[in-house]
Design a protein around this ligand. Sequence first.
Ligand SMILES: Cc1cc2nc3c(=O)[nH]c(=O)nc-3n(C[C@H](O)[C@H](O)[C@H](O)COP(=O)(O)OP(=O)(O)OC[C@H]3O[C@@H](n4cnc5c(N)ncnc54)[C@H](O)[C@@H]3O)c2cc1C
Length: 413
Amino acid sequence: MSSLDTEIAVVGGGPAGLFAAISAAKNGSVTHLYESKSCIGKYEHCSGLLSIDGLNRLGLSDLPLEMVQNCSIIGSRLFSPSGINITVQKSSTTAWVVDRSKFNQHLSRLAEEKGVVIHTNSKVTSIKRDNNKIKLSLGKKSPIKNVTSPLLILAEGRFPHLNQQIGLPYPSYGEVVFTTQYIMSGVKNIDLKYVEVYQTPEFAPGFFAWIIPIGEDEAKVGLGSRSRPTGKYLRHFITKHPIAKHKLSSASIEKQMSGAIPIGSFIRKTYTDNIMVVGDAAGQIKPTTGGGVILGGLAAIKAGEMAAEALQTGNYSARFLSNYEKYWKKEMRSNLTIMKLVRQYLNSLNEKEIERLFELLSTQKRKEKISKIGDVDNQKKIVFKLLLDLRFLPFVAKTGVKFLIKTKRKKVI
Ligand SMILES: Cc1cc2nc3c(=O)[nH]c(=O)nc-3n(C[C@H](O)[C@H](O)[C@H](O)COP(=O)(O)OP(=O)(O)OC[C@H]3O[C@@H](n4cnc5c(N)ncnc54)[C@H](O)[C@@H]3O)c2cc1C
């Protein structure tokens, strides 16, 4: 077989592509998905920390337990550079940790059940427009060489190549954090109920380090940083960080993975005639924490619905598909914009200023406020509440001026 016609083509078999394909097929469209790797979920590039609320919104409240590595998370322990610990928590489970390979494979099974045809070893190398249709060319490993479809959903992930070919923006390489994550056993002093976050410019410049428990003495231990090699930063964190070294320095590395997270927030435009862009490729990812499965998934579900509706009406125009962007921007633009500012602001602080911020946050009243209002997928509420807190004003005013100057000189992120 060398050519194929389909109603909807989806490029990329990560969560965003799979959610888009499931939703398009559910709405009655013939949907084919193209994935460059030899199987779905081949590499686990992610920590797999997903909020319960987000999973419910994605329609995944009944996720099979075999892929859940920890179903006890009720909150986070945030550590300052010197080790001030702020615990924020809810009274019940707020998030699950999943094995991301198995999670993707589960989504691919759901997609196939809905009738999506998944082609692996199928890298899409170029896109051309021909008479209100899109023509895709596929790479050497694929038995199919060309695909024609009226509608295309691009979900290539963090370093997309195809957005540019059709004149759409893409997440800037300059706004990416690089990551290394180990699965470690023999970790001491962790609690299955809490994710640990270490905000420390010395050990993780431009992002943070994390310990996510997945067993009594087993954890995903990772770090994101603006500079490389991140493996070196992570080893430094494990052996030298004043708190983390007591938990990690005698633990062993079972598995290693690396990846990148676009933290520059969403791209300016996510649609054109016949085409929509979803997931990391559209920058639908939280710049504060690097979580993208839930937001990208929600946007992708809408893109799948819009594609199916476009087919039913025969209207593939940019104007019609702009409804997809209207939806996801209404849902998440203000939140993503604030999260980007928060990330940039945090990156502008030095160790001493972060220490002071933790001191200010660590009063009982504020910890309770954060626990009560904090929401990992919707962080703007808590940011506004804290900004309205008068005792923050002198600190915010002082560091805010420095932040504005740095932003003007484009030295943040
Ligand atoms: C270390 C790390 C930890 C993270 N932790 C979390 C977390 O705890 N929670 C969370 O929500 N998010 C987390 N993320 C982010 C999350 O992994 C991404 O937001 C999510 O995977 C994005 O999904 P996606 O489908 O857009 O892209 P991807 O998952 O990157 O999938 C893109 C797919 O497209 C395929 N592809 C690319 N180009 C082509 C092409 N031309 N033709 C065919 N196929 C192609 C790729 O092979 C890939 O399979 C983390 C990321 C990293 C790096």
